[in-house]
Design a protein around this ligand. Structure first.
Ligand SMILES: Cc1cc2nc3c(=O)[nH]c(=O)nc-3n(C[C@H](O)[C@H](O)[C@H](O)COP(=O)(O)OP(=O)(O)OC[C@H]3O[C@@H](n4cnc5c(N)ncnc54)[C@H](O)[C@@H]3O)c2cc1C
Length: 266
Protein backbone atom coordinates (compact mmCIF):
# COMPACT_ATOMS: atom_id res chain seq x y z
CA UNK A 1 0.00 0.00 0.00
CA UNK A 2 1.59 3.34 -0.99
CA UNK A 3 1.94 5.85 1.84
CA UNK A 4 0.20 9.22 1.96
CA UNK A 5 2.40 12.28 1.46
CA UNK A 6 0.17 14.19 3.90
CA UNK A 7 0.63 12.44 7.28
CA UNK A 8 -2.36 13.07 9.55
CA UNK A 9 -3.02 12.60 13.26
CA UNK A 10 -6.07 10.35 13.48
CA UNK A 11 -8.02 9.34 16.57
CA UNK A 12 -10.38 6.39 16.13
CA UNK A 13 -13.07 5.90 18.80
CA UNK A 14 -14.15 2.27 19.27
CA UNK A 15 -12.16 -0.92 18.66
CA UNK A 16 -14.87 -3.07 17.09
CA UNK A 17 -14.29 -4.47 13.58
CA UNK A 18 -14.89 -1.06 11.93
CA UNK A 19 -12.50 0.86 14.22
CA UNK A 20 -9.82 -1.82 13.93
CA UNK A 21 -9.91 -2.05 10.13
CA UNK A 22 -10.00 1.74 9.79
CA UNK A 23 -6.96 2.03 12.12
CA UNK A 24 -4.95 -0.70 10.39
CA UNK A 25 -5.65 0.74 6.93
CA UNK A 26 -4.88 4.33 7.98
CA UNK A 27 -1.70 3.11 9.71
CA UNK A 28 -0.56 1.36 6.52
CA UNK A 29 -1.13 4.61 4.63
CA UNK A 30 1.42 6.22 6.97
CA UNK A 31 -0.90 8.16 9.29
CA UNK A 32 -0.38 8.41 13.06
CA UNK A 33 -3.30 6.51 14.61
CA UNK A 34 -4.56 6.39 18.19
CA UNK A 35 -7.36 3.89 18.84
CA UNK A 36 -9.49 4.44 21.95
CA UNK A 37 -11.64 1.61 23.34
CA UNK A 38 -14.00 1.98 26.30
CA UNK A 39 -13.81 -1.69 27.32
CA UNK A 40 -10.86 -3.75 28.54
CA UNK A 41 -10.62 -5.63 25.26
CA UNK A 42 -10.99 -5.14 21.54
CA UNK A 43 -13.62 -6.68 19.26
CA UNK A 44 -16.82 -4.72 19.97
CA UNK A 45 -19.97 -6.80 19.49
CA UNK A 46 -17.96 -9.77 18.23
CA UNK A 47 -16.92 -10.33 21.85
CA UNK A 48 -20.58 -10.89 22.78
CA UNK A 49 -21.53 -12.60 19.52
CA UNK A 50 -18.85 -15.25 20.08
CA UNK A 51 -19.94 -16.22 23.63
CA UNK A 52 -22.30 -19.11 22.68
CA UNK A 53 -20.44 -22.34 21.86
CA UNK A 54 -22.18 -22.53 18.47
CA UNK A 55 -20.58 -19.16 17.52
CA UNK A 56 -17.03 -20.24 18.48
CA UNK A 57 -15.62 -19.67 14.94
CA UNK A 58 -16.03 -15.91 15.53
CA UNK A 59 -13.35 -16.15 18.25
CA UNK A 60 -10.68 -16.78 15.62
CA UNK A 61 -11.64 -13.46 14.03
CA UNK A 62 -11.01 -11.80 17.39
CA UNK A 63 -7.57 -13.45 17.61
CA UNK A 64 -6.81 -12.28 14.08
CA UNK A 65 -7.72 -8.68 14.98
CA UNK A 66 -5.52 -8.91 18.11
CA UNK A 67 -2.64 -10.10 15.94
CA UNK A 68 -3.19 -7.28 13.41
CA UNK A 69 -3.08 -4.63 16.15
CA UNK A 70 -0.09 -6.16 17.98
CA UNK A 71 1.94 -6.22 14.78
CA UNK A 72 1.08 -2.62 13.89
CA UNK A 73 2.21 0.78 15.16
CA UNK A 74 -1.32 1.73 16.26
CA UNK A 75 -1.43 3.33 19.72
CA UNK A 76 -4.26 1.21 21.22
CA UNK A 77 -5.64 2.50 24.53
CA UNK A 78 -8.05 0.14 26.29
CA UNK A 79 -10.35 1.19 29.18
CA UNK A 80 -10.59 4.57 27.50
CA UNK A 81 -14.11 5.91 27.02
CA UNK A 82 -13.54 8.85 24.71
CA UNK A 83 -14.98 12.20 25.72
CA UNK A 84 -14.94 15.48 23.80
CA UNK A 85 -12.44 16.99 26.27
CA UNK A 86 -10.02 14.06 25.98
CA UNK A 87 -10.25 14.10 22.20
CA UNK A 88 -9.55 17.85 22.19
CA UNK A 89 -6.36 17.25 24.20
CA UNK A 90 -5.16 14.82 21.51
CA UNK A 91 -5.74 17.58 18.88
CA UNK A 92 -6.47 15.21 15.97
CA UNK A 93 -6.74 16.20 12.31
CA UNK A 94 -9.43 13.54 11.87
CA UNK A 95 -11.78 11.94 14.42
CA UNK A 96 -13.28 8.60 13.41
CA UNK A 97 -16.42 7.47 15.21
CA UNK A 98 -16.63 3.67 15.27
CA UNK A 99 -18.70 3.35 18.43
CA UNK A 100 -21.23 0.83 17.07
CA UNK A 101 -24.94 0.88 17.82
CA UNK A 102 -27.02 1.10 20.98
CA UNK A 103 -30.15 -0.92 21.82
CA UNK A 104 -33.39 0.67 20.60
CA UNK A 105 -35.77 1.66 23.41
CA UNK A 106 -38.56 -0.83 24.16
CA UNK A 107 -41.82 0.99 24.90
CA UNK A 108 -43.64 -2.01 26.46
CA UNK A 109 -40.96 -2.54 29.13
CA UNK A 110 -38.57 0.24 30.13
CA UNK A 111 -36.64 -2.01 32.52
CA UNK A 112 -35.83 -4.68 29.90
CA UNK A 113 -32.24 -5.97 29.94
CA UNK A 114 -29.78 -5.35 27.10
CA UNK A 115 -29.12 -8.60 25.13
CA UNK A 116 -25.36 -8.01 25.44
CA UNK A 117 -25.69 -7.98 29.23
CA UNK A 118 -27.72 -11.21 29.10
CA UNK A 119 -25.08 -12.89 26.91
CA UNK A 120 -22.19 -11.81 29.08
CA UNK A 121 -23.86 -12.45 32.42
CA UNK A 122 -26.66 -15.03 32.05
CA UNK A 123 -26.96 -15.33 35.85
CA UNK A 124 -28.64 -11.92 35.81
CA UNK A 125 -31.47 -13.33 33.71
CA UNK A 126 -32.69 -15.72 36.42
CA UNK A 127 -34.54 -18.96 35.62
CA UNK A 128 -37.07 -17.64 33.13
CA UNK A 129 -36.88 -14.95 30.50
CA UNK A 130 -38.98 -13.31 27.81
CA UNK A 131 -36.91 -12.22 24.81
CA UNK A 132 -38.66 -9.50 22.82
CA UNK A 133 -37.40 -9.58 19.23
CA UNK A 134 -36.77 -12.76 17.24
CA UNK A 135 -34.13 -11.45 14.87
CA UNK A 136 -30.66 -12.99 14.73
CA UNK A 137 -29.60 -11.64 18.14
CA UNK A 138 -32.89 -12.65 19.84
CA UNK A 139 -32.84 -16.16 18.32
CA UNK A 140 -29.18 -16.78 19.13
CA UNK A 141 -29.76 -15.59 22.69
CA UNK A 142 -32.83 -17.86 22.99
CA UNK A 143 -30.77 -20.85 21.81
CA UNK A 144 -27.88 -20.01 24.16
CA UNK A 145 -30.00 -19.39 27.27
CA UNK A 146 -32.10 -22.54 26.65
CA UNK A 147 -28.93 -24.62 26.37
CA UNK A 148 -27.74 -23.40 29.76
CA UNK A 149 -31.02 -24.34 31.40
CA UNK A 150 -33.14 -21.19 31.28
CA UNK A 151 -36.86 -21.30 30.50
CA UNK A 152 -37.09 -19.05 27.44
CA UNK A 153 -40.10 -17.39 25.79
CA UNK A 154 -39.61 -15.56 22.51
CA UNK A 155 -41.87 -13.02 20.86
CA UNK A 156 -41.91 -10.73 17.83
CA UNK A 157 -44.42 -8.51 16.05
CA UNK A 158 -43.36 -10.09 12.73
CA UNK A 159 -44.55 -13.42 11.33
CA UNK A 160 -42.10 -16.32 10.84
CA UNK A 161 -41.88 -15.58 7.09
CA UNK A 162 -40.93 -11.96 7.81
CA UNK A 163 -38.20 -12.75 10.37
CA UNK A 164 -34.47 -12.37 9.51
CA UNK A 165 -35.08 -11.71 5.82
CA UNK A 166 -31.55 -10.33 5.40
CA UNK A 167 -29.91 -13.45 6.84
CA UNK A 168 -28.44 -16.18 4.66
CA UNK A 169 -31.22 -18.68 3.76
CA UNK A 170 -29.63 -21.70 5.50
CA UNK A 171 -28.46 -19.73 8.58
CA UNK A 172 -32.01 -18.48 9.03
CA UNK A 173 -33.50 -21.94 8.58
CA UNK A 174 -31.12 -23.60 11.06
CA UNK A 175 -31.49 -20.83 13.62
CA UNK A 176 -35.30 -21.00 13.56
CA UNK A 177 -35.22 -24.79 13.81
CA UNK A 178 -32.82 -24.77 16.79
CA UNK A 179 -34.92 -22.16 18.57
CA UNK A 180 -38.23 -23.96 18.01
CA UNK A 181 -36.73 -27.19 19.40
CA UNK A 182 -35.63 -25.46 22.59
CA UNK A 183 -37.84 -22.61 23.76
CA UNK A 184 -40.80 -22.89 26.13
CA UNK A 185 -43.00 -20.72 23.91
CA UNK A 186 -42.68 -18.70 20.72
CA UNK A 187 -45.29 -16.02 19.98
CA UNK A 188 -45.08 -14.39 16.56
CA UNK A 189 -47.14 -11.58 15.00
CA UNK A 190 -48.59 -11.06 18.44
CA UNK A 191 -49.32 -7.98 20.51
CA UNK A 192 -48.05 -8.51 24.04
CA UNK A 193 -48.31 -6.64 27.31
CA UNK A 194 -45.77 -6.78 30.13
CA UNK A 195 -46.47 -5.74 33.73
CA UNK A 196 -43.92 -5.69 36.53
CA UNK A 197 -44.96 -7.74 39.55
CA UNK A 198 -43.09 -8.87 42.68
CA UNK A 199 -39.58 -9.75 41.53
CA UNK A 200 -40.52 -10.34 37.90
CA UNK A 201 -42.96 -9.70 35.08
CA UNK A 202 -46.46 -10.81 34.17
CA UNK A 203 -46.71 -11.33 30.41
CA UNK A 204 -49.91 -11.48 28.40
CA UNK A 205 -49.82 -12.66 24.78
CA UNK A 206 -53.53 -12.72 23.97
CA UNK A 207 -54.75 -16.27 24.53
CA UNK A 208 -52.10 -17.09 27.13
CA UNK A 209 -50.18 -15.50 29.98
CA UNK A 210 -47.13 -16.45 32.04
CA UNK A 211 -44.59 -15.05 34.49
CA UNK A 212 -40.88 -14.51 33.89
CA UNK A 213 -38.04 -13.16 35.99
CA UNK A 214 -36.52 -11.03 33.24
CA UNK A 215 -37.40 -9.35 29.96
CA UNK A 216 -34.65 -8.89 27.36
CA UNK A 217 -34.92 -6.23 24.68
CA UNK A 218 -33.61 -7.81 21.47
CA UNK A 219 -35.56 -5.53 19.14
CA UNK A 220 -32.39 -4.27 17.46
CA UNK A 221 -29.68 -1.65 17.52
CA UNK A 222 -29.49 1.89 16.17
CA UNK A 223 -26.59 4.32 15.65
CA UNK A 224 -25.69 6.56 18.60
CA UNK A 225 -26.28 9.97 16.97
CA UNK A 226 -25.91 12.28 20.00
CA UNK A 227 -22.16 11.66 20.33
CA UNK A 228 -21.61 12.26 16.61
CA UNK A 229 -23.56 15.56 16.70
CA UNK A 230 -21.51 16.95 19.59
CA UNK A 231 -18.23 15.83 17.96
CA UNK A 232 -19.19 17.61 14.74
CA UNK A 233 -19.69 20.83 16.72
CA UNK A 234 -16.09 20.61 18.02
CA UNK A 235 -14.02 19.01 15.23
CA UNK A 236 -13.94 19.95 11.56
CA UNK A 237 -13.16 16.48 10.19
CA UNK A 238 -15.35 13.74 11.68
CA UNK A 239 -15.89 10.43 9.90
CA UNK A 240 -18.50 7.89 11.04
CA UNK A 241 -18.00 4.22 10.18
CA UNK A 242 -19.58 0.80 10.71
CA UNK A 243 -22.66 0.34 12.90
CA UNK A 244 -22.25 3.90 14.20
CA UNK A 245 -23.23 4.99 10.67
CA UNK A 246 -25.67 2.21 9.74
CA UNK A 247 -26.27 -0.96 11.73
CA UNK A 248 -25.42 -4.07 9.71
CA UNK A 249 -23.05 -7.02 9.74
CA UNK A 250 -19.32 -7.47 10.38
CA UNK A 251 -18.77 -7.48 6.61
CA UNK A 252 -20.70 -4.21 6.20
CA UNK A 253 -18.75 -2.56 9.05
CA UNK A 254 -15.35 -3.69 7.75
CA UNK A 255 -16.06 -2.75 4.14
CA UNK A 256 -17.34 0.70 5.13
CA UNK A 257 -14.29 1.30 7.35
CA UNK A 258 -11.79 0.19 4.69
CA UNK A 259 -13.37 2.32 1.95
CA UNK A 260 -13.47 5.41 4.17
CA UNK A 261 -9.87 4.93 5.39
CA UNK A 262 -8.72 4.68 1.77
CA UNK A 263 -10.03 8.22 1.15
CA UNK A 264 -7.06 9.39 3.31
CA UNK A 265 -4.58 8.20 0.65
CA UNK A 266 -3.79 11.64 -0.80
C1 LIG B 1 -24.98 -10.76 19.79
C2 LIG B 1 -24.52 -10.36 18.42
C3 LIG B 1 -24.10 -11.32 17.51
C4 LIG B 1 -23.68 -10.96 16.24
N1 LIG B 1 -23.28 -11.93 15.36
C5 LIG B 1 -22.88 -11.58 14.11
C6 LIG B 1 -22.46 -12.57 13.17
O1 LIG B 1 -22.46 -13.77 13.46
N2 LIG B 1 -22.06 -12.15 11.94
C7 LIG B 1 -22.07 -10.82 11.57
O2 LIG B 1 -21.70 -10.49 10.44
N3 LIG B 1 -22.47 -9.86 12.44
C8 LIG B 1 -22.87 -10.20 13.70
N4 LIG B 1 -23.28 -9.23 14.57
C9 LIG B 1 -23.21 -7.81 14.16
C10 LIG B 1 -21.76 -7.32 14.25
O3 LIG B 1 -21.17 -7.76 15.46
C11 LIG B 1 -21.71 -5.80 14.15
O4 LIG B 1 -22.34 -5.40 12.94
C12 LIG B 1 -20.27 -5.30 14.16
O5 LIG B 1 -19.60 -5.71 15.34
C13 LIG B 1 -20.25 -3.77 14.05
O6 LIG B 1 -18.92 -3.35 14.17
P1 LIG B 1 -18.57 -1.88 14.66
O7 LIG B 1 -17.09 -1.84 14.78
O8 LIG B 1 -19.23 -0.89 13.78
O9 LIG B 1 -19.26 -1.71 16.10
P2 LIG B 1 -19.10 -2.56 17.43
O10 LIG B 1 -18.72 -3.95 17.15
O11 LIG B 1 -20.34 -2.30 18.20
O12 LIG B 1 -17.86 -1.87 18.18
C14 LIG B 1 -17.97 -0.59 18.76
C15 LIG B 1 -16.88 -0.43 19.81
O13 LIG B 1 -16.86 0.94 20.24
C16 LIG B 1 -16.64 0.98 21.65
N5 LIG B 1 -17.11 2.29 22.14
C17 LIG B 1 -18.39 2.77 22.17
N6 LIG B 1 -18.41 4.03 22.67
C18 LIG B 1 -17.11 4.35 22.95
C19 LIG B 1 -16.48 5.53 23.48
N7 LIG B 1 -17.15 6.64 23.80
N8 LIG B 1 -15.13 5.50 23.64
C20 LIG B 1 -14.39 4.40 23.30
N9 LIG B 1 -14.95 3.26 22.80
C21 LIG B 1 -16.29 3.24 22.62
C22 LIG B 1 -17.44 -0.22 22.15
O14 LIG B 1 -17.01 -0.62 23.44
C23 LIG B 1 -17.12 -1.26 21.06
O15 LIG B 1 -15.95 -2.00 21.37
C24 LIG B 1 -23.69 -9.58 15.86
C25 LIG B 1 -24.12 -8.60 16.77
C26 LIG B 1 -24.53 -8.98 18.04
C27 LIG B 1 -24.98 -7.92 19.01
Amino acid sequence: MSRSSNRKKIVVVGAGPAGIIFSITAGKLGHEVTLLEARDRIGGKIVYGSIPAFKRPLRSLLSYYEYLLESSSIDLRLNHKASISELSELSPDVVVVATGGKVRPLSICGSAVDPLVALENPLLVGDSVLIVGAGMVGCELAWYLSDIGRKVYLTDILSEEELMQKEHYFNRLILLEKVKERVEGIYLKRKISVKENAGGYFVNVGETSFEVQTVVNATGFEPENDFVSSLKETFSNVMVVGDAKKVGTIYDAVQDAYMKAMTLRG
